[in-house]
Ligand binder design. Sequence first.
Ligand code: HEM
Length: 274
Amino acid sequence: MQNAAYASRNGQTPWPDRILGASGILWFLTAAIGQWIFVYYVAASYIPILAKKGLPGLEETALPDGYVPGDPLGNLAIAFHVLIAIIIIGGGPLQLTPQIRNRFPKFHRMLGRTYLTTAIITSFAGLYLVWTRGVPGGLIGHLAISLDAVLIVSFAAIAVRFALRRDFDRHRRWAMRLFMVVSAVWFFRIGIMFWFLATGGIGINPETFEGPALTVMYFGQMFIPLGVLQLYFYAQDHDSAASKFTAALIVLVATGVTGAGVFAATMGMWLPRL
Ligand code: HEM
């Protein structure tokens, strides 16, 4: 890779690369904290009620159609879907942490297999729910989240393929893309809450949960993070200080938006429901 040649020119990592790397780490730490807060919310709102009341307990949760009498498969799918989210969202940041990957390779492999399998199964459970029970946001909402399921399954397959070929550089990049699309539901929540914080909710109809801002978010939940990640990879691969600084700046802006969105979602959505 060009980057490797550039980095090794004087035996140490040049500072544009260091700044780029530091911006990536800062975003990742912000996102990991935000994802674990979401995991805490999911665990605290679903585990006790499901343990105490079983599937009918879903009626008392924040889910719009959590429990539907006479639909045991749908009720089971939603309970499975939210409980599995704890493993997926909680495990994703651990899986991408290089120190854990390098020091505990067995754990990395085990968590990796669990992450991939559960992400694929829960995407099918999600697809079933979307097309049987529906989600807010009309057809666009249905199509966007279904596209996310397709991306999750495709990226998981590509990441596995490169791991089996022992092409770990490509495996790592596809695993990072997979992390972004698996995290789309989390990006959606923090994105919406950031938008409310920044604009008071311009372009969102709270009655129908539709509107131009929501349409952007339905697709932006996958494509904005993927786009920023691609820019980061591009800057890593190219021997240009300008592209590294530009990418670092964009990642820093993304870190600010992520942090503000996590704050708004925690205070305005997750904590009040607990
Ligand atoms: C693999 C990553 C995913 C994770 C970690 C995840 C996680 C969650 C969580 C935690 C909830 C409960 C929401 C809350 O209490 O605020 C939820 C709800 C739901 N998810 Fe997912 N989800 C994922 C992917 C999907 C996909 C790909 C689909 C559809 C194709 C989907 C469909 C649904 C539906 C229909 C609901 C219930 C209605 C709603 O809250 O929108 N999910 N998901």
